[in-house]
Design a protein around this ligand. Structure first.
Ligand SMILES: [Zn+2]
Length: 307
């Protein structure tokens, strides 16, 4: 178990973010007039086509300059600009679709976790990116220092307070969370929350606290949830998880002991044999088949290294 590889399964090559050009308003305006495509989000739901071949939709619109608060995502291959936009005003899905000259026979706004079609890893990366930013725009409509409205800057990657006496610039939030596969010989430690489907277990996870190292967060969370102390904490890989704004940081660690003292957060936590963990992978894959998850990646790597 000493050679579990690091993992980079979440694609980063789906577009150039061009972060250094976001300050150039004229350049951004040119991107808006260069047949951009938009990933629209309404109330946290992404836009998908309906019918047999359900796909996420990135739309060209007749008047891109009229889209309210476009958020610049980046440039795709061949120089195609891609934006996100949060449709927060329409009260109903029908109204939101009508703004885009669509109806429910053609497209639906669906919660990303409930989408039941297939996604490529590139599509998933773009949907995660746009969902994170539109969620932040929804949450940061007002300055939390002085309660004045905020206005987008730098292609929507900054929301600046409109009150000149305050002028606070707000930046998108990403909340780090650790997720870890704890093992001991041919056993691994999995837990379940009461709200999960019956019989489903997964890796332990928890948010990093202010002033805390990632390794200390792994140690603390495992101890809180299972009573087990761990050693040899090793980084595995990361995955954005925009529900609403997490970055999951995956680790492996070895247990110092096997005796479990379950904490209050989980309904159950127990040791799994390799064969049981492999069966659990099938169950986990049935929950969010289109999203992939770092939990599945961690368990799969451990199962494969243990066989
Ligand atoms: Zn303010």
């Amino acid at each position: 178990m000493s050679n579990l590889p690091a993992c980079h399964f979440f694609p980063s090559e789906v577009l150039e973010r061009e972060a250094h050009r976001r300050e150039d308003g004229e350049w951004l305006d040119r991107q808006l007039s260069n047949s951009p495509r938009f990933i629209f989000v309404w109330r946290g739901n992404n836009l998908f086509s309906v019918g047999r071949n359900k796909r996420p939709l990135a739309l060209e619109v007749p008047d891109p300059e009229k889209v309210i608060n476009p958020i610049f995502l980046g440039i795709q291959g061949e120089g195609a600009p891609l934006f996100a936009a949060n449709l927060s005003d329409p009260q109903s899905e029908q109204d939101a679709l009508a703004l885009l000259y669509l109806n429910t026979d053609l497209a639906r706004f669906i919660p990303l976790r409930q989408f039941d079609g297939l996604l490529s890893s590139e599509e998933r990366a773009l949907l995660f990116y746009s969902r994170s930013l539109t969620h932040w725009h929804e949450e940061q409509k007002f300055c939390h220092r002085c309660a004045h409205p905020t206005l987008p800057e730098q292609g929507g990657h900054i929301l600046a307070c409109a009150n000149p006496d305050c002028a606070t610039k707000h930046f998108p939030r990403t909340d780090p969370a650790t997720i870890m596969l704890i093992h001991s010989g041919d056993l691994c430690l999995l837990g379940r929350q009461a709200s999960w489907p019956e019989g489903m277990y997964s890796t332990l996870a928890g948010f990093v606290e202010p002033g805390e190292k990632l390794e200390d967060a792994v140690f603390r969370e495992v101890k809180e949830e299972s009573g087990i102390e761990v050693k040899n904490i090793r980084y595995f890989g990361s995955q954005p998880w925009p529900f609403p704004q997490s970055l999951m940081l995956g680790f492996f660690a070895e247990a110092n002991s096997k005796q479990i003292i379950r904490g209050a957060e989980l309904e159950d936590v127990r040791w799994f044999q390799v064969s049981e963990a492999r069966e659990m992978l099938v169950k986990l894959a049935s929950r969010f088949p289109h999203l992939d998850t770092i939990a599945r990646r961690l368990i799969r790597h451990w199962v494969e290294a243990s066989m």
